[in-house]
Design a protein around this ligand. Sequence first.
Ligand code: TMP
Length: 216
Amino acid sequence: MKSRTSPFIVLEGLDGSGTTTQAKLLHSHLEHSGIRSCLTYEPTDGRAGKLIRDILSGKLRSAKTGSKVVLSERTLCLLFAADRLDHTEHIGRERKRGAAIVCDRYILSSLAYQTLDPGISPAWVIEVNAGCAKPDLTILLDVPVPECARRLKSRRGAPTIYEKRAVLEAIDSNYRAMIKPYRKEFGAVVALDGAGTVEAVFERIRESVRSRLGIG
Ligand code: TMP
């Protein structure tokens, strides 16, 4: 069991898998345990992050034609990497202050989503993300695609370009395939059963963080 003063923990999973809910819970749990924690997410609220969100939700329109701006996965991957480099500076500052980092999505998302384009190799995704902070623990929430699709249906707000059943199936299999290359470059990954009640899933996360990092 490792004990770290400012560990960097990432939550990953399909759209609808509950990463945002669980990241918030983990952040509050750490704070209540007396551990300074910084809750963060990608895409960030920085310039690149906002641009990415507007593109994914179809909000960004061409000034010339008024039509939706659609970018290739390759271009998106570079935008995510740029957003992440800025994010890395923020993460570094927080860690220097002694804060644990709880991050909703990170590089494993780029590996799982942007390789939807068969022309994009995991090696290239890893290369463009070189220089980004390395997490201490990445937790992948494993939730069956039909359950994610059901949760997404009942959600408000504009769906992103990835929130379609067939696309979710492809991302799900990418996540599984990318664990190995990701682990080699970016450290420990655990896949946890993300089905069940919010409380039951959080208990699995808490247990994993405690046994792997010695905190919480
Ligand atoms: P979320 O804020 O609901 O998690 O949505 C962010 C979307 O961005 C989600 O569909 C996953 C996608 N994404 C990527 O495609 N690549 C990435 O590197 C990251 C961080 C997110």
